[in-house]
Design a binder for this molecule. Structure first.
Ligand SMILES: [Zn+2]
Length: 390
């Protein structure tokens, strides 16, 4: 989705982009309004007038979604969270944050302001519809305002449903977190609700499509499927985060990472792995004896087998400066939040004497999370596979 978005510019310093998928929905909405809804509610205008009204309506609709996302972004920034940008796409908008809220109160305000802003915008358009009617302005103008009022109020209500990944799901998670002090419980609960909502919407869409012969069913199923998928991903990441909560970075490190000379070929390292099989990352010693770069199993796998005899670690190693670094005692979750979304996933851990303790790869994190999850919640994996099968 990121790669296919068009940059529109910045609003309040926040980069805003739109996805190509949005243009499809814009065309569908414009067509539906210009050829269906407006001629039905306000007959007697020229076709060009309907299309003008439809275009204005669709642009104002996307501006409303942008206002909703900007509200999230502004409140998040006020709580000290970095906001990476906003993208409008097929099913609405997404405001990307570089970190998680630190308190339930912050989470509640950042999530809650979204539906609230949609409600305010909806009431505003309803007021404009009423005023234009009172002033006797062309009825199609009132219809434009009326449609915008309805869609924004509908967005406010739908987004307030307490199920992940909707704003209401974040609000639910924040309330559970606040009441129990357990952040994971709130997130996992909201994700469960999201799975249920997604499943219900898919089933309802299917009934609309087949039972009612309505094309709207495809749309409902699409939204339901997206919610089902996102809620599943949210639940998995909440459980993994919960498993890693409260432990320092050093716990993720496999002690004594192998140190390999940069002159060793990839084949040479693979031969050494036959003896190791335990580590997933290796520290590379350069010709001057300094440890400045790292090689992971993933880097090795990316080298075509035919070139493993000629390429050395010097050729494929990644400088530590490109990786996320952490102190041994630093909370692991806070370090994970610092890993850039598009960057390398490895963490290089140092002790308080600036000595390199080890390298944590993505698979090390996954294995640690899985190992810590099993004893604390033995029933969870079974429940998860049960829902995925249906
Ligand atoms: Zn929202």
């Amino acid at each position: 989705m990121e790669s296919t978005s068009i940059r529109l510019g910045k609003i309040a310093g926040i980069p805003v982009g739109i996805s190509w998928s949005l243009l499809v929905i814009a065309a569908l909405f414009s067509f539906g309004l210009a050829e269906g809804r407006f001629p039905g509610s306000d007959p007697g205008y020229a076709s060009g007038t309907y299309w003008l009204a439809a275009t204005v309506t669709v642009v104002a609709f996307f501006a409303s979604i942008l206002a909703h996302e900007l509200a999230h972004a502004v409140v998040a920034r006020r709580h000290g969270l970095p906001v990476e940008g906003i993208t409008l796409w097929l099913l609405g908008g997404i405001a990307r944050m570089g970190a998680e809220p630190a308190t339930p109160g912050a989470e509640l305000r950042i999530a809650g302001v979204g539906p609230l802003s949609s409600a305010v915008v909806g009431v505003g358009f309803a007021g404009l519809a009423w005023t234009s009617d009172q002033l006797g302005i062309e009825p199609i103008v009132g219809s434009v305002f009326g449609w915008l009022a309805l869609i924004n109020l509908a967005l406010a209500v739908f987004n307030a449903v307490p199920a992940s990944p909707l704003d209401g799901g974040r609000v639910l998670a924040a309330v559970v977190w606040w009441r129990t002090g357990d952040r994971t419980r709130g997130n996992v609960g909201a994700a469960h609700a999201g799975r249920i909502l997604g499943g219900v919407l898919v089933a309802y869409g299917l009934w609309e499509l087949i039972g009612q012969d309505s094309d709207l069913g495809i749309w409902t199923m699409l939204v339901g499927w997206y919610i089902w998928q996102s809620a599943g991903a949210d639940g998995r990441s909440a459980q993994a985060r919960g498993a890693l909560a409260g432990i320092p970075a050093v716990e993720a490190v496999r002690p004594d990472p192998p140190i390999v000379d940069e002159s060793v070929t990839v084949d040479g390292l693979v031969a050494m792995l036959g003896h190791d099989g335990h580590h997933t990352a290796f520290v590379v010693r350069e010709h001057d004896g300094v440890l400045r770069s790292v090689v992971t199993l993933d880097d090795i796998r990316r080298v075509p087998p035919g070139r493993r005899g000629e390429l050395t670690l010097h050729d494929i190693a990644v400088p530590i400066s490109q990786l996320t670094t952490a102190w041994a005692t630093e909370p692991l979750l806070r370090v994970i939040e610092r890993i850039p979304a598009e960057g390398r996933p490895e963490i290089v851990v140092y002790d308080d004497r600036m000595c390199l303790v080890g390298v944590v790869s993505r698979s090390d994190l996954a294995r640690l999370a899985a190992a810590r999850q099993v004893p604390s919640s033995p029933r969870r994996p079974a429940r998860r596979s049960g829902s995925a099968a249906s």
